[in-house]
Structure formats: structure tokens, C-alpha cells
Write a protein that binds this ligand. Structure first.
Ligand code: C5P
Length: 230
């Protein structure tokens, strides 16, 4: 089965700008990530149009609410025909189990993963919200709860991937952003990993934005990374 490892982040403000890029890409080489900005502006119809164009879609809305609300949001998302969606592991086991049950009852059964600790947070910001645990331990704890709740994986840094891969079997997906081909601009990412190293570290899927979306020839950039990953 064709299972492209590259997920192109569609970080665009509106459907037209996103569509311009998508028309240049090949669904056999990549999947697409739709986040809060594009989803809020372009809506579920745009997501469905990507699905109709044969792209696997990762709907990155990071649901975090009471179990019943998250379950219903997961049902609605699953009905769009997407490939993957996510919730916050901090919502707790009961919330994740409700989400999993909703996804499993849907026709398409997309993969369900969880965000552990946002990479915009550090030890100090964790303390501010009352969490005294060491950040890495907290990531591991939330990833363990995600696994116990029966979800399919987590979003994590490719630098954390070896630690998590060591704890969980190969079917537990590690979805990693912060990827830069060897000679690419780092943009605002400070801790970057090349596609080859990320896969070697145990990443299952690589979220890549600007190295593809801002390239003069996005398809050529995608093909080059695809070859590097194969
Ligand atoms: O352009 P770039 O490759 O940096 O885009 C990476 C994508 O991954 C963006 O959509 C960004 O929001 C997302 N992301 C990230 N770091 C995280 C989690 C998500 O860069 N820790």
C-alpha cells in the first residue's frame, strides 16, 4: 500500500492560496496537514475537496474539551474522510478513550494521535500552570497514557523520537515536525532534524512546511525529500 511519509503543512490563511500549492503536489508522494488557521477560514468543505483529490489529510485541530464534546468533534471530523486527526493528551485518559471510540465507530476510522507537551512550552511555562514534573518525564507520562488509551500515536520532536520509540512498538506512530533537508533554511525552527535522521530516530511521518511550500518548485522539493527518505 502507498504510505507516503511526508505530510506537507498547509499553513495558509485561505483556501485559494492553499489550493495553488496543492495543485502542484502529488498525492502519491505526500499527505497534507490542515491546521486551525486554514480550517477556520476555509472550513470542512475545503478538507473534503482535498480528500476528493486523493490526498490523505491530517486534520490538526488538537481537540481538548470534556469527553462527550471531543467524541462528537471526532465523529464530525472522521466523517470528512480524513486520514488522521489529533487531540491533546492533557485532556486525560477518559477523553482520549471517548475520542478513540468515536473514531472507531466511524466509517473511515482515521488514525487518532495526541499532542503531549506543545514545543512552545518549557519547564518554566509548565511550572506556571502548576506542573512540577520534569518536562521529558511529563512527555513520557502523557505518551504512555495515550498508548494506554489505545490511540495510534503522538506528535513529538524528532529529537524525542528515540526515547519514545524505545518505549513503544513500531506501530505506535511518531509524527514529527521541525524537519529540514540538510542544506535548507531553518526559518524559525531552532532544533531541526534532517528527514533521513528523523526516520532513523524512529519517526513514522514527517511534517514539513516551508521547505516545500516556499520552494520555487514545490513538486521538485517534495520529490527530492521523498527520494532522501526512500
Ligand atoms: O514550515 P515548517 O516546516 O516549520 O512547518 C512545520 C509545521 O509543523 C507547522 O504547521 C507548525 O505549526 C507545526 N509544528 C511545529 N512544531 C511543533 C508542532 C507543530 O513546527 N512542535
Amino acid at each position: 500500500m502507498n504510505d507516503p511519509k511526508i505530510i506537507v503543512a498547509l499553513d495558509y490563511a485561505d483556501a485559494n492560496s492553499a489550493r495553488d500549492l496543492v495543485e502542484k503536489l502529488d498525492p502519491t508522494l505526500c499527505r497534507l496537514k490542515v491546521g486551525k488557521e486554514l480550517f477556520t477560514s476555509a472550513g470542512p468543505q475545503f478538507v473534503e475537496s482535498l480528500v476528493r483529490s486523493n490526498f490523505g489529510v491530517f486534520l490538526d485541530l488538537k481537540f481538548h474539551d470534556i469527553p462527550n464534546t471531543v467524541a462528537k468533534a471526532c465523529t464530525a471530523a472522521s466523517n470528512l474522510g480524513i486520514w488522521m486527526l489529533n487531540v491533546h493528551a492533557s485532556g486525560g485518559v477518559e477523553m482520549m478513550q471517548a475520542a478513540k471510540q468515536a473514531v472507531d465507530s466511524s466509517k473511515e476510522k482515521p488514525l487518532l494521535i495526541a499532542v503531549t507537551v506543545l514545543t512552545s512550552m518549557n519547564q518554566q511555562t509548565l511550572h506556571q500552570i502548576g506542573i512540577q514534573t520534569d518536562l521529558t518525564k511529563h512527555v513520557l507520562n502523557l505518551a504512555t497514557l495515550t498508548h494506554q488509551a489505545g490511540l495510534d500515536g503522538v506528535v513529538c520532536s524528532a529529537l524525542e523520537a528515540p526515547l519514545l520509540r524505545n518505549q513503544f512498538d513500531k506501530n505506535f506512530c511518531l509524527v514529527t515536525p521541525g524537519i529540514r533537508p540538510a542544506n535548507a533554511n531553518q526559518d524559525d525552527q531552532s532544533r531541526v532534524v534532517t528527514p533521513t535522521d528523523a526516520l532513523r530516530n524512529g519517526s513514522s511521518y514527517l511534517v514539513i512546511g516551508r521547505p516545500i511550500t516556499q520552494a520555487t518548485d514545490p513538486l521538485k522539493a517534495l520529490e527530492a525529500i521523498h527520494i532522501e527518505c526512500s
